[in-house]
Design a protein around this ligand. Sequence first.
Ligand code: PHE
Length: 474
Amino acid sequence: MANRGGFTNKLGFILAAAGSAVGLGNIWKFPYEVGSGGGAAFVIMYLFFCFILCFPVMVTEIAIGRKTQKNPVGAFKALGFKNWAFLGILGIFCGVLILSFYNVIAGWAFGYFFEMLSANFIDNGKEFGEYTSDIVKVGGYSIVFMLATAFVVVRGVSGGIEKLARILMPTLVIMILGLMAYAFTLDNAMEGVKYYLIPNIDNINANSIGGALRQAFFSLSLGMGALITYGSYVGRKDNIVSSAVYITLTDVGIAFIAGLMIFPLVAFNTGGNMTDEVLSSINGPSLIFITLPGVFENIGDLGVLVGSVFFLLLSFAALTSTVSLLEVPVAYVVDEFGVRRKKAVVIVASIIFLLGLPCLFSGGYSAFFTNFFTIPFGSDTPASSDFLSLAASIADTLLLLGGTLIVIFAGYVWKKHNLNSEISSGYEGYDKSIAKILINVGVTIVCPILLFVLFVVVVMNNFFGIDLINLLFR
Ligand code: PHE
């Protein structure tokens, strides 16, 4: 078999995986989920989910990848469970689906970098709508973004993906810390921080609980085999558990800092008025693409600089994620069909770009895709949604399903002792560690049960408008 390549060392893997994790999810989605999901109450649930429910899933994915040195489909086959290859297929489907819409948003963000540079602050809904429906412009940006992603993936694991992460991850940390420090100097910054950090229990409902869990999965790149794929390039001497800890801490840390950067900016604009009413109006994509540009315009001379840095940061974060999303189907095509990497990248990237066209059109260019879906029942969830948002919420939900199935697979099909023996390679004290307990109880009891229950809560809430938490507990 051809040499598949691999990461140079543990740090290379951690940076690449953290690069996959840190993305639009942290900087674009996390703050607005916090805003609509009840501020700090959401943050606390999110942290709990990341460390208790997601951690075992992450370790399991990496272990399966490293054990088999295969893409998600090949991995289940290599372990001797052909019947479970469907889970790999589901993962690849999810990766393709996510990249198809993610690339569109990444293209918007990248385009905004140039808009900011030319001091064009798109600061109201109408202008944003005009921007996203300008199909030549946003189409062009998303093509450029897909080409950049493909360019990196063609260069392989260590020469492309890892190298990119080694450059962009430190850059990104510096940029975000700089922006946060600046945001703290603005008027009313502390009002923003308070909203972000003081919990309001009343805001907890199916929407916010499900939202926090979906956010945790999406943000950590779990449930679709991205980490099976990256894990397949990890050496046997590397400690998977500590790698997973670093990846999680980086991801959570950057999401947290993104909130610390964004809420002071929002509070600056609302004059410190951070009520739920004010916050609920800055919902979804509008937070990053409308509210913030408005802030950049209002802060005077520095606005162009701060705005450009912000959108460059967002584009960098997105790029290390899009490469991981493309790598999954590419690894599948390379491993399973013996296609050369370059050819595989060209084919897969083109297909995904084409599949993403409805998402591209759903920003106002096509009325059909813009008002695509209406929740059949219930009333307290948004009534209609564009194609892109629908694709995003289907993907989020499938990640939960993927995560649930993978822990069930590890705990009951592949069996704990096999998982443990793979993890202990590279981690001498594993047998006596707390991590072992967390992972074992996780994959056999805690994760399968809680993830399944929450999966049902999320499906009922997102697609049927039924809030099971409110129904059962209030
Ligand atoms: N974790 C990425 C983000 O937060 C998105 C992603 C999801 C990447 C799943 C790979 C796999 O933006």
